[in-house]
Design a protein around this ligand. Sequence first.
Ligand code: ADP
Length: 413
Amino acid sequence: MNVLVINAGSSSLKYQLINVESQQLLAKGLCDSVGTERAVHVHGIGDAEIAEEAYMPDHDHAVALVLNAITEGPTKAIDSLDEIDAVGHRIVQGGKYFDRSVIIDEDVIAKIDEMAELAPLHNKAAIMGIRGCQHHMPDTPMVAVFDTSFYQSLPPKAYMYPLPYELYEKYAIRKYGAHGTSHRYIAEQAADFLEEDLRDLKLITCHLGNGCSISAVDHGIAVDTSMGLTPLDGLMMGTRCGSIDPAIVTYVMEKEGLSPQEMNDLLNKKSGLLGVSGISNDLRQVDEQAERGNERAMLAYEMYSNSAKKFIGQYIAVMGGVDCIVLTGGVGENSARMRRMIFAGLQTMGIILDEERNRSGARQREISSDNSDVLIVIIPTDEELMIARDTYELVHDLIGNPDIDYNLDLFMY
Ligand code: ADP
């Protein structure tokens, strides 16, 4: 079965065409600056990638362009739209409504729209992507896969904030989490890699990139996660501050005369690695300057690692232990130095990194030492594949394909 995975942002539309049985990537690309005069369409895999300016006044045009590139001309991957069996859409915010992936119908679209309150840019864009696909492929089944659904299993003690209860009742203010599709994917892959049943494992999954989040996954069920009502909470990130004393917000607004929007920008776009180092949100650049003795770069680097270390400690306490710590994301997968700093000093908790394994090896590998009680593994994430699998699971009955055993029964979201 071929699944087209669509990830629509407010002015972008990323896509991958995946054959689920073979896990083969047939086509991929990105429509950027949709709705502007600078719109660009990048399409292709590896060396065959082409980028060209294109007329894309809206997401509907972007979808038409994508379908055309997939089925015609030099970038063609399949002969006709009939070979796209289903479409899987990434949805950022499913709120209280969705604890699993679902087949899209008008009721689902209405609920995604309602939840746009909590993620205005993302959910509205996702609906534009859905409408575009409906327009050009009216008979193709579509599935919505939510970043938040993995965390609907959190117990109230984890998802509630210690604020007046009415705020939860009136505005649904609670922790929803984010990056759920990535955490779900790496948890499942880690269990496969370790040849264990996910239901037998206590995992701490760490997605460390420009955006960062850490989750506690207890016997296959997410019981806590670092991101909150929005993806601003939790760890220090590339440009986001993560958890800070909430009193700082009103204090700085008063002192600097900032509007709520300006303060929001400061916390989301000017903080984190960038804000502390004054150099970049890109860890490689911060690292380079830290190596040269730049003190703010060193401080930012240490704060980032310390922030991850503290969440790992919290979640060991939450689950009463951990069997395996799973790392993914640009930093989690690639930065041996950051991993060394995160795990430094955790030997007394039975967490021991093997420095040689940490430095090099296969992309997916174990990096803990043989005498570590807790395993540490690197699992490259693949959110698109997870979306394609969910879509397959929900749609294959509709179109009469055989089952594939992904060991996903626990995770039928
Ligand atoms: P996003 O959250 O935007 O998906 P990524 O997962 O791509 O981000 O991670 C981007 C981060 O990963 C950047 O800070 C980048 O510096 C870092 N990174 C990527 N490769 C390396 C590397 N080889 N060494 C250190 N950091 C790296």
